[in-house]
Design a protein around this ligand. Structure first.
Ligand code: PMP
Length: 344
């Protein structure tokens, strides 16, 4: 028999179908069985590959997008990278309006992926014509046939996870999942995944991870926007200072807040206990699990699925850099053991 060449047609065929990996050591003294959906296995190293592919293919199906058209978004983070990657393969122009707070590394990465990057001043209000929101809106109105993804206010962000992440987890757990724990930024991941899972079993409990300094938990509890909740924090991609319509608050049972410091340490712990080199919000999600366990949320029979959104390599100059950790005051110099390198 003739052997066939086993190859993917392009990198996009590798999006989704990420593995579910059992957590063993880090959960040793916790009640229940813990499984991580490790989204770093996507080719763009994050869960945002799913929404980039889904939203662009929906636009193609509806006849909104044709090859050569332009995609616009306002992020220097994972979503920007994923949209740039999908645009290259599908032949779209990709424009990203990003804040001047974005690191040079991130901007270089997006340029490498073929995106045209507009760097907009960070210290102006959202309605200032120079803000990245306004720049994106203006480009969208000027460029014929352009599509503005607007992930915080795009229902398709939820649909992407409803059609992919949700069914994958249901299948991988053979329907035995009891809890879903996921970070909430735009809310697309948790809302879409939970919507699918609760349709299969309404008893699946859904808990969102939020940051101190974000309005999400308070809004979920009171249905009111409380600006007093807002203050700066370091974790990127988690929590928000506005209410995104891509979050279905009715489907989320509760939010758990985590600190910058505990999340950073827990991310490092995931690397050196489970061999999982994942991002800052994965540390936050794992930290949320620890707190929920302490609060008595789980029993020995619980099957808890936690989503780890991205890869650790994007945080080399932050949580995986000892100097950065020290500058934040995350190493207590009296007690903490800062891992040392030996030079020969
Ligand atoms: N973690 C990281 C690293 C992210 O970039 C995001 C997206 N903002 C999230 C978590 C949260 O995912 P979602 O936007 O789907 O709520």
């Amino acid at each position: 028999m003739k052997e066939e060449i086993k190859a993917y047609n392009n990198v996009l065929e590798l999006i989704g179908n990420t593995p579910l990996i059992k957590l063993n050591k880090i959960t040793q003294n916790m009640k229940g069985n813990y499984f991580a959906k490790v989204e770093a296995f996507n080719p763009g190293h994050s869960t945002k590959d799913r929404i980039a592919l889904y939203i662009l293919e929906e636009a193609e199906r509806k006849g909104i997008l044709k090859p050569g058209d332009t995609i616009i978004e306002t992020t220097s983070g994972n979503t920007g990278f994923s949209i740039a990657m999908v645009s290259i393969i599908k032949g779209y122009e990709c424009i990203l309006a990003v804040s001047s707070k974005s690191s040079a590394d991130k901007i270089d990465m997006l340029k490498t992926m073929g995106a045209k990057v507009y760097v907009c001043p960070a210290n102006v209000s959202a309605d200032d014509p120079r803000s990245y929101y306004e720049v994106a809106k203006k480009l969208h109105s000027e460029i014929k046939g352009s599509v503005y993804i607007n992930q915080y206010f795009n229902e398709l962000n939820i649909d992407a996870h409803y059609h992919t992440t949700g069914p994958e987890i249901w299948e991988q757990t053979a329907g035995k999942i009891t809890h879903l724990v996921a970070c909430s930024g735009t809310g697309g991941t948790i809302s879409g995944t939970a919507r699918f899972l609760k349709e299969q079993n309404p008893n699946v409990k859904v808990i969102g991870i939020d940051a101190y300094g974000s309005v999400l938990q308070k809004y979920h509890q009171t249905k009111e926007f409380d600006a007093n909740e807002i203050y700066p924090y370091r974790i990127e991609g988690l929590g928000k200072n506005l209410i995104p319509t891509a979050t279905d608050f009715n489907i989320i049972d509760a939010f758990e807040k985590v600190t910058d410091e505990s999340s950073a340490h827990t991310a490092r712990e995931l690397a050196n206990t489970e061999g999982l080199f994942v991002g800052y919000t994965s540390g936050a999600a794992m930290q949320g699990l620890k707190q929920l366990d302490e609060e008595g949320e789980f029993t020995a029979d619980s099957n808890i699925v936690v989503i780890f959104p991205d890869h650790g390599s994007r945080y080399m100059s932050k949580i995986y850099n000892d100097e950065w950790m020290s500058q934040q005051g995350f190493f207590d110099s009296e007690t903490a053991e800062i891992p040392q390198i030996e030079y020969i």
